[in-house]
Design a protein around this ligand. Structure first.
Ligand code: HAM
Length: 427
């Protein structure tokens, strides 16, 4: 490779044609899932004012402090490539008067998001999220519906061995008391924890609980759990959520350490983990964010949602050998053996496509053998072969690539042959 050849930026990948069948399959299962659950599509801009994420996701979070792609545009406005969808969804909800719609307003989005993270398997600097939000209701049954969207999606995709992790991280009323208790507990263990946790203790104590360093694990294990310090309202909400999950027979793990990395969460938080995809094992994450609208200058508006990374979904599918529908090749491949034959097949191919029949032709002069090899590689069902002798009779050879049978038909029969089904080439 030439030394000055460009490569994609670090942590950013191309989705090549051979991977597209996975994407198409996931996208079609997503569309069917949102249809079943009654969610409407919302398309959001790829970038927003930086302050939306600073306030929404929260200063002090890794996303805002370390991972955003932020730049100043030509009118000196600070702009950020979206690192997630929730803040933008709430901005659009408030800006477009969606509060007057029947509640909850149920929205889904999909597209690229950008985070300057350390790239590794399943972690990229541009990834694609499927995002779902239900805005305007506090009912714990809505939290369960949101979790069910994820559940249904993964079940429809044929996933096995998924584990639902669930926790409640309380609200503005009960969390400060819990954080105080947590900090008091950690102060007795400062010497045992890593340097990063030393900083978290000052800046963002809740994140102490999801530190991955070995040395912090015993301290985390014995930390007081948030669920035991929830206020009455949060406790009733969490109890109702768990009762619904039990009634639906959904297995889940109560995970006291699950705190999530975004500041807007209140009450319910959850993740779904796949065992087989390495360290980055969260296929989705989400929760309730009842304070977000106010942080963005709107009226009190509860909400709950989740997002799932499509790259991680596809990674999981590959690891679990999930079968996907094959994308069919072209119905027909047209091969001309001479230049005058070529002129005829160019027209014939145009007629076939007008009639809605997918076809391709061979370009540049090649041998018939090379043409058949090419047709095979492209997955064509039939090859139409036109040489000088057929041309003089205004007929064309038609070869079935599956059975190998071959026969001749008249030019004017070609479109109807494909329109009326495969016909029989062997007769
Ligand atoms: P999140 O946990 O930051 O949540 O991201 C959601 C999902 O996006 C993750 O579970 C993972 O599948 C995928 N993901 C995140 N970062 C990367 C990455 N660097 N590379 C590949 N995949 C990644 C949120 O973004 C919240 N907005 C979710 C939410 C919606 N909460 C409420 N509503």
């Amino acid at each position: 490779m030439a030394r000055n050849q460009f490569r994609s930026p670090k942590g950013i990948r191309d989705v090549l044609p051979e991977e597209q069948p996975y994407w198409q399959h996931v996208e079609s299962v997503i569309r069917e899932t949102v249809r079943l659950f009654g969610y409407d599509r919302l398309d959001l801009p790829v970038f927003e004012e930086t302050a939306l994420f600073q306030r929404g996701v929260g200063e002090g979070t890794d996303i805002v402090d370390k991972e955003m792609y932020t730049f100043t545009d030509r009118s000196d406005t600070s702009i950020t490539l979206r690192p997630e969808f929730t803040a933008g969804t709430m901005r659009a909800y408030l800006q477009n008067g969606m509060a007057s719609l029947p509640k909850p307003v149920k929205l889904w989005s999909a597209g690229p998001v950008f985070r300057y993270e350390r790239p590794q398997a399943g972690r990229f600097r541009q990834h694609t999220q499927f995002n779902v939000e239900a805005i305007g209701d506090q009912d714990p049954a809505l939290d369960v519906e949101i979790m069910s969207v994820a559940w249904h999606l993964y079940k429809s995709l044929g996933f096995k061995n998924l584990s639902f992790q669930v926790n409640s991280i309380g609200c503005a009323r009960c969390r400060p008391g819990y954080l105080h208790t947590l900090v008091v507990y950690y102060k007795d263990h400062v010497k045992e924890i890593c340097d990063d946790c030393g900083k978290r203790l000052q800046k963002n104590p809740l994140r102490l609980l999801d530190c991955k360093q070995d040395q912090c694990q015993p301290v985390i294990r014995n930390a007081p759990p948030m669920v035991e310090m929830l206020c009455q309202e949060c406790s009733v909400h969490f109890h109702a959520l768990r009762t619904y999950l039990d009634e639906l027979g959904r297995p889940y793990q109560l995970n006291n350490r699950l705190v999530r990395g975004l500041d807007y969460y209140t009450k319910t938080v959850f993740e779904v983990w796949a065992q087989d995809i390495g360290a980055q094992n969260a296929v989705c994450g989400g929760g309730r964010y009842d304070g977000l609208a106010e942080v963005l200058g709107g009226p009190p508006t509860p909400g709950v949602g989740f997002a799932s990374g499509l790259e991680r979904i596809i990674l999981t599918m590959k690891e679990q050998n999930v079968e996907i529908p094959q994308v069919p090749g072209p119905r027909v491949f047209l091969a001309a053996q001479t230049e005058s034959a070529n002129r005829v097949i160019v027209r014939m191919l145009s007629d076939l496509r007008e009639a809605g029949i997918a076809g391709v032709m061979g370009f540049g002069g090649r041998s018939l053998k090379a043409r058949l090899r090419e047709a095979n590689r492209r997955g064509a069902r039939y090859v139409l072969i036109l040489g000088e002798s057929e041309l003089s009779r205004k007929r064309i050879q038609i070869k079935n690539m599956q059975g190998g049978e071959q026969r001749e038909i008249a030019f004017e029969e070609v479109v109807s042959f494909f329109k009326e089904g495969d016909g029989s080439v062997s007769s």
